[in-house]
Design a protein around this ligand. Structure first.
Ligand code: GUN
Length: 295
């Protein structure tokens, strides 16, 4: 069997077309322009390219976007002051602080400082709590994108054995929680594997769906999966550079070998990555509608 490729690029494009129409209507009918600010502290090249892509996408959709970069040695207080400024800025409906932050800044303190109504990343404890309870909230962008990829690709999750590899706050924990909820893309039996898991392959071989979010290139090998598995590869690992200096990327899954056994698989790049950015746009539109009292 050679796997069907689940294209995040194509799915994200379809969602962005829907959003474009919604954003144009918001402006025409309600004079509302969704606004997003991204805040980056420091010069990490990967983070720089992510925030630039987020702002570019926002701009292309008709979202007002502001990109702020603070020096790597900026104080925690400077960052908190900036967040407070945007908490009070009516043009801005969504605030995103790119992670990771430099070590001298307390990440939790920063995430708590964002007004939960503007927390389009879904990282504030208020939104995390609402998500766990299955209440209306901003869903974190990568897990939200994974749910959309699965549902729009027609992958049945109800009753499925799902193995999530990785327990980060950004991906592993929230996607595990969302997939066990009574909702579209949920109702699964979820196992979470991590660095202390004793026999990971014993778990992954039973999985109908594997979600790999570990940050180790090609860690999931063909012998670890059963025939017909569906693979969602969240890993974006830089494994080298081309002659002209472009990063060579690999996922957490050995794509070439695993695709021969899988029923469906996401590529890297072009899988989960474009979905994450698009769901940020969706959350920003949701934030603008909420602020205008439209939902
Ligand atoms: N760093 C890696 N992924 C993310 C994300 O989804 N949001 C933010 N703010 N930072 C990240």
């Amino acid at each position: 069997m050679t796997a069907k490729i689940i294209s995040g690029t194509e799915t994200a494009k379809a969602i962005r077309e829907e959003l474009k129409i919604e954003i144009a209507e918001l402006q025409e009918k309600h004079n509302v322009v969704p606004g997003l600010v991204t805040i980056l502290v420091g010069e990490d090249p990967a983070s720089q390219s992510y925030v630039t892509a987020k702002n570019k996408t926002a701009h292309a959709l008709g979202i007002h976007s502001e990109q702020v970069t603070l020096a790597a040695d900026s104080s925690e207080q400077e960052l908190l002051n900036l967040i407070e400024k945007y908490n009070n800025d009516e043009k801005i409906h969504g605030i995103l602080v790119q992670l990771p932050l430099p070590k001298h800044i307390n990440e939790a303190k920063v995430l708590y400082a964002i007004n939960p109504d503007k927390d389009v990343d879904g990282f504030h404890p208020v939104n995390v709590g609402k998500m766990v309870l299955g209440e209306q909230c901003y869903l974190p962008c990568t897990p939200h994108g994974i749910l959309e990829l699965l549902t729009r690709s027609g992958v049945k999750t109800s009753g499925a054995e799902v193995v999530v590899i990785g327990r980060s706050n950004i991906v592993g924990k929230p996607i595990s929680n969302l997939m066990l909820q009574k909702r579209d893309g949920g109702n699964a039996t979820v196992t979470i594997c991590h660095t202390r898991t004793k026999d990971m392959a014993a778990h992954t071989r039973r999985a109908d769906i594997i979600i790999a979010a570990v940050g180790v290139p090609k860690m999931v090998t063909a012998d670890m999966v059963k025939d017909g598995v569906v693979i969602i590869d969240v890993g974006v690992n830089r494994i080298g550079k081309t002659a002209d200096g472009k990063a060579i990327l690999a996922g957490d899954v050995d794509f070439d070998a695993v695709k021969e056994k899988a029923a469906a698989i996401t590529p890297v790049p072009g899988g989960v990555g474009p979905m994450t950015i698009t769901m940020l746009m969706k959350n920003t539109v949701q934030a603008a509608k909420q602020a205008a009292g439209l939902i």
